[in-house]
Design a protein around this ligand. Structure first.
Ligand SMILES: NC(=O)c1ccc[n+]([C@@H]2O[C@H](COP(=O)([O-])OP(=O)(O)OC[C@H]3O[C@@H](n4cnc5c(N)ncnc54)[C@H](O)[C@@H]3O)[C@@H](O)[C@H]2O)c1
Length: 345
């Protein structure tokens, strides 16, 4: 069996390569290290790609840019993969406003290139698209909230499900380009009856994240705590909440989707309430592990930033009852800490 994974050097893409190649799949990885162009040398995913090449003989790397329409068509025509996982993206909410053309061309245009080529050369192959909870824009901020000592929480609901509207709210340029891709993926699922799954990620994390301030919040905050760097908290008193899911749990879910695909289905994907924490709670958890985070607070929140986002996983769990989260917060944190310690040795 052969998989094609875009963004194969990135956090989610590289985890998917490890999972599938580890199970004997042939994997074609597409990544042009554009993360380095977006965020600078610290964000390069080259080391991840090198490690994949060294570890898995069945891994073939292609440094193709997904904006290259002819190149994407030629690759899919040659490879005709049995499974496509599309994770390549400009992934930062904050960065997108400074590079709106690149953001849209990669996130929306690149996704369109893959969808059309998949329709033409391997329409039966399951296709997983990593969307984002930013497609809901700032709508979650309109939910009634309560303020607790260390976090905000919902007054009336437990978590956010897929029925939330993605319309008529502030998305950020990134949220809008991903929403374009998200809707197009749904359309290929419905209009062409292709097995395309749309996964609206919350905070996807893990030790392989080439984390920088503008993307990879948990890995970056841990990096600051371990390396003794100061971290900047933007608004909401540090009580903003995110639910964290380890990249392994994401990759494993995609494999469940491959075995039982559905056409154009949308899922919220995160760690759920059990894996949710605020920035203040993250600071406490790191202190309990022996790492004191020095942080600076600025009252101005990031534009359109969610105050409290916790994914409702009920739909995922009802469609994929055998899929279970394997990583809880302590396990996620200790893995990221360990990775940072190894890098400092
Ligand atoms: N990490 C998160 O918290 C999170 C949350 C919600 C959604 N997502 C989505 O999940 C996906 C994966 O996120 P991630 O954290 O693994 O990102 P990442 O930045 O670690 O990986 C993305 C990879 O895509 C590559 N890439 C970028 N533009 C490319 C192009 N034009 N052609 C080829 N390769 C290109 C980059 O070099 C990088 O290695 C993205 O679509 C992102 O929007 C991530």
């Amino acid at each position: 069996m052969k998989a094609l994974i875009t963004g194969s050097g990135g956090l989610i893409g590289s985890e998917c390569v490890r999972l599938l190649a580890g199970q004997g799949w042939a994997v074609v990885g597409v990544d042009n290290d554009m993360r380095q162009v977006f965020f600078g040398p610290a964000a390069s995913t080259e080391a991840n790609v090198r490690a994949l090449r060294e570890s898995f003989p069945g891994y073939r790397h292609v440094g193709l840019d997904i904006r290259d329409r002819a190149g994407v068509r030629a690759l899919l025509k040659d490879e005709r993969p049995d499974f496509i996982i599309h994770t390549a993206a400009q992934p930062s909410h904050d960065k997108a406003a400074a590079i709106p053309y690149d953001d849209f061309d990669v996130n929306a245009g690149g996704t369109m290139n893959l969808l059309v080529a998949a329709r033409d050369y391997c329409a039966e192959s399951p296709f997983c698209f990593t969307s984002t909870n930013k497609v809901y824009g700032d709508r979650p901020n309109y939910l009634p909230l309560i303020e607790k000592e260390k976090r905000y929480d919902y007054a009336d609901i437990d978590a956010i499900d897929e029925s939330m509207s993605i319309d008529s709210c502030l998305h950020s340029i990134f949220g809008a380009s991903k929403a374009a891709a998200d809707v197009m993926c749904q359309e290929f699922g419905r209009y062409f009856q292709m097995p395309v799954g749309i996964f609206r990620g919350g905070c996807l994390t893990g030790p392989q994240h080439a984390a920088v301030e503008l993307h990879g919040y948990l890995a970056y905050i841990v990096h600051c705590a371990v390396a003794g760097k100061s971290y900047k908290v933007y608004g909401y008193k540090g009580k903003q909440v995110r639910d964290q899911i380890h990249s392994h749990d994401v990759a494993n879910l995609f494999l469940h989707f491959y075995r039982k695909p559905r056409c154009g289905e949308v899922y919220n994907l995160g760690g759920g309430r059990g894996n949710s924490l605020s920035i203040l709670e993250t600071v406490d958890a790191l202190a309990a592990m022996g790492y004191r985070l020095a942080y600076e607070y600025t009252g101005q929140n990031r534009k359109g930033d969610h105050i409290c986002y916790i994914s409702d996983l009920s739909k995922l769990q009802s469609h994929y009852p055998d899929w279970k989260l394997e990583y809880d917060l302590p396990r996620i944190l200790s893995e990221i800490v360990q990775r940072n310690l190894n890098q400092h040795e």
